[in-house]
Design a protein around this ligand. Structure first.
Ligand code: SAH
Length: 218
């Protein structure tokens, strides 16, 4: 709908370009993906606001700016195989589908994975592969990945992500407490060398699993 296209353009101008995102491919991808389709109908009108929104099961679709920051930090050129941990609504996966060659996404909650699958297919993003699993183990069969993006907050960096990262690849992951984290970028600079950068403070829902938080509650 026309209103949504206008709201989307404004979102990108104010929240993405206005806050310093420069990667033209990220900007174009966010202009294209219909974010309102990834939230419940009752929240459609809020889809382009500067905030995360609930998507059910106590989970959230990330704030547009955070999606932009993570996408830009991955520095994708279109040739990559990317792993996302935390499909949620499928919105970040759709953005990645426009930025990379292949996208694999893991979600632990079956109902969210099902809904994301329907929306992604409906919007023409059938190339995104979704699997229901504990994503703290990564996705061994599809590794190595040139890019891994974790969209839930981890207590520490799971070793499997470091192992499944291609040399030259980048891992973006929020690490910290349950309710506040630091967004980190880890670049695999050699077979055994990794370089770590701190990007910015953030708030994600917890990464729950074997190598994450042990349960929903603290
Ligand atoms: N990228 C999503 C954001 C989802 S919020 C989007 O664009 O909408 C984070 C998601 O991570 C939630 O759906 C949550 O269920 C999921 N999650 C948490 N721990 C997980 C784990 N160990 N493996 C896979 N998914 C996990």
């Amino acid at each position: 709908m026309r209103d949504f296209a206008i709201a989307r353009r404004r979102m990108v101008e104010d929240q993405v370009i206005g806050r310093g995102i420069k990667d033209r491919r990220v900007i174009d991808a966010m202009l294209k993906v219909p974010r309102h389709k990834f939230v419940e109908e009752a929240l459609e009108g809020k889809a382009y606001q500067d905030a995360p929104l609930p998507i059910g099961e106590k989970q959230t679709i990330s704030q547009p700016y955070m999606v932009a920051v993570m996408s830009e930090a991955l520095a994708l050129d279109g040739s990559e195989t990317v792993l996302e941990v935390g499909t949620g609504s499928g919105y970040q996966a759709a953005v990645l589908a426009l930025l990379a060659d292949r996208v694999f996404s893991l979600e632990r909650i079956p109902s969210l994975a099902r809904r994301a699958r329907l929306v992604l297919d409906d919007c023409g993003f059938s190339k995104v592969n979704i699997r229901v699993a504990d994503g703290t183990h990564g996705w061994q069969e599809m590794a190595p990945f040139k890019a891994i993006v974790v969209t839930a907050g981890a207590p520490k960096i799971p070793q499997d992500y470091l192992d499944q990262l291609a040399v030259g690849g980048r891992l973006i992951i929020p690490v910290g407490d349950r309710d506040i984290q630091l967004l980190m970028r880890i670049t695999r600079t050699g077979e055994r060398e990794y370089q770590e950068e701190q990007l910015l403070g953030c708030r994600f829902v917890p990464l729950i699993g074997n190598h994450g938080w042990q349960s929903e509650r603290a």
